[in-house]
Design a protein around this ligand. Structure first.
Ligand code: MG
Length: 158
């Protein structure tokens, strides 16, 4: 069996008046991730983990933030496209594990829904998706609520 590990990271600045989207779902909050697309840092980190594992160009090269086609883009569609590219190379997901660094909003009530969305997009069982939320202990850019950061690792198998 052929096995590949992949690593992806992403961060987005949080600003007032932007819808808060993470893991493909909207969560009520007064701030949201600034970005050219919808700013979904979790799905972007997952895209890069998958692309990295397959040795393909990263998300920025596939979906440039200078391209008006991706302005306000739903990142679920970007992840879907990435997974199609991965499948075309013969890979399927072994498992995915992610850590989200975010002070607020609290993510615990939303983790299962995010897992279900991601598992559906990656055609796998939610038990193959790990999602952990960590605060910044009220210090630094994460703890002061200025940014959301995500680290994702995945295994691809074929
Ligand atoms: Mg991003």
């Amino acid at each position: 069996m052929n096995i590949r590990i992949g690593l992806g990271t992403d961060s987005h600045r949080l600003e007032q008046g932007i819808p808060f989207v993470l893991g493909g779902i909207f969560i009520p909050f007064d701030k949201g991730p600034a970005g050219h697309s919808d700013g979904d840092a979790l799905l972007h980190a997952i895209c890069d983990a998958l692309l990295g594992a397959a040795g393909l160009p990263d998300i920025g090269r596939n979906f440039p933030d200078t391209d008006p086609a991706f302005k306000g883009a739903d990142s679920k569609q970007l992840l879907k496209k990435v997974f199609e590219m991965i499948k075309k190379e013969g890979w399927k997901l072994g498992n995915l594990d992610c850590s989200i660094h975010l002070q607020l909003p609290k993510l615990a009530p939303h983790i299962d829904e995010m897992k279900a969305v991601i598992a559906n997009l990656l055609e796998t069982d939610p038990s193959n998706i790990g999602l952990k939320a960590k605060t910044g202990e009220k210090t630094g850019p994460v703890g002061e609520g200025r940014v959301v950061e995500v680290v994702a690792v995945c295994l691809l198998v074929k």
